[in-house]
Design a protein around this ligand. Structure first.
Ligand SMILES: [Zn+2]
Length: 65
């Protein structure tokens, strides 16, 4: 016999979803529309646009260190 049934994942209502891929961390800043990106080098920066946020994170060498 095989187990059946695939319950759908429950979506998160409203607001950007936090991302954590183990290297970069992105936190939603409560009370704002901003996201706080934390690079593995320790650099932090706030963004309103997730695209800009990822551009910044992926441009890591530009953070220095
Ligand atoms: Zn960095």
């Amino acid at each position: 016999m095989s187990a059946a049934g695939a319950p759908g994942a429950v979506g998160v209502p409203g607001g950007p979803a936090p991302v954590d891929d183990g290297v970069y961390r992105i936190h939603w800043v409560p009370g704002t529309d901003r996201l706080l990106a934390v690079c593995f080098c320790g650099e932090k920066r706030e963004f309103e646009d997730p695209v800009e946020l990822w551009d910044w994170l992926l441009a890591h060498p530009e953070h220095g260190a």
